[in-house]
Design a protein around this ligand. Structure first.
Ligand code: ADP
Length: 145
């Protein structure tokens, strides 16, 4: 039923590993689906990255994207999904919700699997990115808790 599944991963909080890994693994297997993992690096995180680990000249978009891709691949490698089903996407700039919704449309995704919010944040609400994706996505959305 689901052929193209989009799985957004927040690199700062690898929540989906515990919350959604099993869902994604089963969905990939049952549906013979292609799984697109995506991480969005919002603009403000470049400054945070600078103060944390990098000198000014290292702070350029392609290096930050390389580091993000390596991190994403490390997270995705823990999922039990065969490599030939997987694609990785790193998008810089904008907001996670807007970029995730845009990529879902470009890929013609038929399902998005997201975490509800950071487990470290005690709340009855879902996170702001998750809420916007549920509200505006043109495809089904599975919110893992
Ligand atoms: P919170 O505000 O509690 O962090 P969010 O709505 O931001 O909650 O996060 C919920 C889910 O949205 C995450 O589990 C992830 O699936 C997705 N998400 C959030 N930020 C990003 C990001 N920068 N890149 C990709 N996906 C993200």
């Amino acid at each position: 039923m689901y052929k193209t599944i989009l799985v957004p991963i927040d690199l700062d909080e690898d929540t989906l590993i515990s919350l959604a890994a099993k869902h994604v693994e089963d969905l990939a297997e049952q549906n013979d689906a292609r799984i697109h993992f995506v991480s969005v690096i919002p603009s403000y995180q470049y400054a945070a990255t600078l103060s944390f680990a990098f000198t000014m000249d290292a702070l350029n978009e392609s290096k930050v994207k390389d580091i993000a891709l390596t991190t994403l691949k490390g997270i995705v490698s823990k999922f039990n999904i065969s490599d030939d089903r997987i694609e990785h996407h790193i998008i810089s700039g904008g907001t996670p919700k807007d970029q995730i919704l845009k990529l879902a449309e470009n890929l013609n995704a038929d399902l998005i699997v997201i975490g509800s919010n950071r487990p470290s944040i005690a709340t009855y609400l879902i996170g702001s990115n998750a809420a916007a994706i549920v509200r505006h996505a043109k495809c089904s959305v599975l919110v893992a808790r």
